[in-house]
Design a protein. Structure first.
Length: 433
């Protein structure tokens, strides 16, 4: 089953949404600390009826006798293994410069990158984690990425340099250490693929960032090359989306070519923004996810309050619509990763860089424009875990990598530091997630 079919949803009701001044009570009920079924510790605050299992902490020994790297970030289910009930996930690790967490010639790109990916298997039928292993190493700051309709994960380096700033493809068993040059050298964040065309849409995490489209020469074969484009608003050169706030506002857009995607001097963004291209500007584009016919992406620092915006891109009409603006940090506090939910909403992972003193959250966004708190980080370790994770208060660390199992019954998500992955299940039908 192609991974793109897992989330074939229509979110057209977002068109009618409006911004609200404060979050609403959760349709799932209030949250409180719940005990992790793996460690017995109260690591998450969740509504009644929900339960979870932690797995694959930083430093845990994986199935291939490699220690699990740190800084767990973007993630997705890429494969469902037939009648076994097993699903395969790929998870990013946002390690920076340094030695690779594992040196395997078949999966290690370079000797100066501490980032990469690991793969995990979860048994949906029996509700248990099975194993994890190394799948890509030697890269830098693998922040987010995107699932493809052909059952792989595209992992992006959130950096820019002579030998880094690339995208890499990871399959159900291992990653391809060859960078996908034509997808561009820039500070990559997330990606999403339109299954109808095979076009890959890319976000850029930078103060001034662009929204990009990669048109492959052969859909599904990204290493065969292609052309890179940057979004532009028709008849409005260098339009700045940063301050826009009118929910429902729509723009006609077009695409301008990036002449040298691999440039080391004239960066991808500057090529797109300079004359005669005049590409559009956003504030720190991060998470994105494809629905049924349209794609959704967010600006972490967008909007008048600087707390975040969510956009909907329609490739058939070539339009971009603002569907949500966070008016206060109580609604959404600088969202990062995001996913389309099986029941018709969006789930946003907060990353307020430690600003949220009560704990970072998973925030639901309903079809009528309201936000609510679904979960909250509650990790406080009084003693070291597995001799690799020191004791400490981790509640102000970000959620990342939210994604669902194909049957919609399990939510998988990471907390970046101390670095741990969760599988969460419960009475999803009582709300929009």
């Amino acid at each position: 089953m192609g991974a793109g079919a897992f989330w074939a949803l229509s979110l057209n009701p977002f068109m009618a949404r409006r911004a609200h001044g404060a979050g609403i009570p959760s349709p799932y009920g209030s949250i409180s600390p719940k005990l992790d079924e793996t460690t017995g510790l109260p690591l998450l605050k969740l509504p009644e009826g929900f339960r979870y299992q932690s797995f694959s902490w930083t430093g845990d020994m994986m199935a291939d006798d490699v220690r699990c790297p740190n800084l767990h970030d973007g993630m997705a289910v890429i494969d469902a293994q037939g009648n076994s009930g097993h699903v395969v996930l790929v998870r990013n690790h946002e390690g920076g410069s340094g030695g690779p967490y594992v040196s395997k010639p078949s999966i290690t790109y370079a000797d100066d990158g501490a980032g990469g990916t690991t793969n995990l298997v979860f048994d949906v039928r029996h509700g248990r984690w099975m194993k994890d292993w190394s799948s890509l190493a030697g890269t830098i700051r693998n922040c987010a990425g995107g699932v493809t309709p052909w059952g792989t994960w595209i992992s992006g380096e959130e950096t820019f340099g002579p030998d880094h700033g690339w995208s890499f493809e990871v399959g159900a068993q291992k990653g391809d250490r060859r960078p996908i040059i034509d997808m561009g050298r820039f500070s990559h964040e997330a990606m999403m693929v339109d299954p109808a065309t095979g076009y890959v849409y890319e976000t850029e995490d930078a103060t001034s960032s662009g929204f990009y489209k990669f048109v492959p020469n052969a859909p599904g074969r990204l290493h065969d090359g292609g052309e890179l484009f940057m979004l532009r608003v028709k008849n409005q050169p260098n339009f700045n989306f940063g301050p826009v706030s009118v929910v429902g506002q729509m723009w006609d857009v077009e695409w301008v070519p990036i002449a040298d995607p691999a440039a080391t001097v004239r960066t991808t963004y500057l090529q797109g923004a300079a004359a005669p291209n005049f590409g559009a500007q956003f504030r720190r584009l991060e998470g994105c996810w494809w629905g049924e016919h349209t794609g959704y992406f967010l600006s972490t620092n967008g909007g008048p309050a600087g707390e975040g915006q969510v956009f909907e891109y329609n490739p058939a009409a070539e339009t971009l619509k603002l569907i949500y603006v966070s008016p206060t940090a109580n609604d959404v506090d600088n969202p990062d990763n995001m996913t389309v939910t099986p029941r018709g909403g969006l789930l946003l992972c907060e990353d307020a860089a430690g600003d949220n003193v009560i704990g970072e959250r998973l925030v639901g966004l309903t079809l009528d424009g309201n936000t609510f708190t679904f979960a909250q980080n509650n990790i406080t370790l009084t003693t070291a875990y597995n001799d690799r994770v020191p004791a400490g208060n981790y509640i102000r660390n970000e959620f990342a990598g939210a994604c669902y199992s194909p049957d919609g019954q399990w939510l998988f998500v990471n907390i970046q530091t101390p670095g741990v992955t969760f599988a969460i299940t419960g009475p999803w039908g009582s709300g929009p997630l």
